[in-house]
Design a protein around this ligand. Sequence first.
Ligand code: FES
Ligand code: FES
Length: 178
Amino acid sequence: MASVRVSLDVNGTTYEREVEPRLLLVHLLRDQLGLTGTHVGCDTSNCGACTVHLDGAAVKSCTVLAVQADGSKVTTIEGLGSPEDLHPVQEAFWDNHGLQCGYCTPGMIMAAADLLARNPDPSEAQVREALAGNLCRCTGYHNIVKAVLAAAKAPARGDAAPPPPPGDPTVPVTGVGA
Ligand code: FES
Ligand code: FES
């Protein structure tokens, strides 16, 4: 099968690859770019484990051909945040124990981040509806929803107050005896 040259921006890096026209985006990401945080749970568009952002919108990358992503900007879980600077949704999943085995987690987080980008203050029903295409085989839905609602309440990235300077007299003293 003749290959096709594609060029796409993934997590801020431009990649050019020769791909078969039938290659799925998820397999390009995992097998050729080594971005294995994007999971494959079904390959039939049912589970959402493969969710990434394509030009800013959440998509199931097992439903997109790599050639369809040519010229696009893709964000995977590896590009959403970093260990030193977690995305608020990642932080909220951590804080609220929004995972068990973790297999669905990257897709859940990418879907939730997309929801909060479109609707920063969703109701519980809206969170559940937005995640309806993402399945958790551990059935940890309660804490996943809790985490997304907590992320919605978290300060936006870059909005967090800077740490006070040492000795700042406006900071109340706390601790034993305070
Ligand atoms: S692997 Fe894409 S939806 Fe399940
Ligand atoms: S945490 Fe195991 S599949 Fe969701």
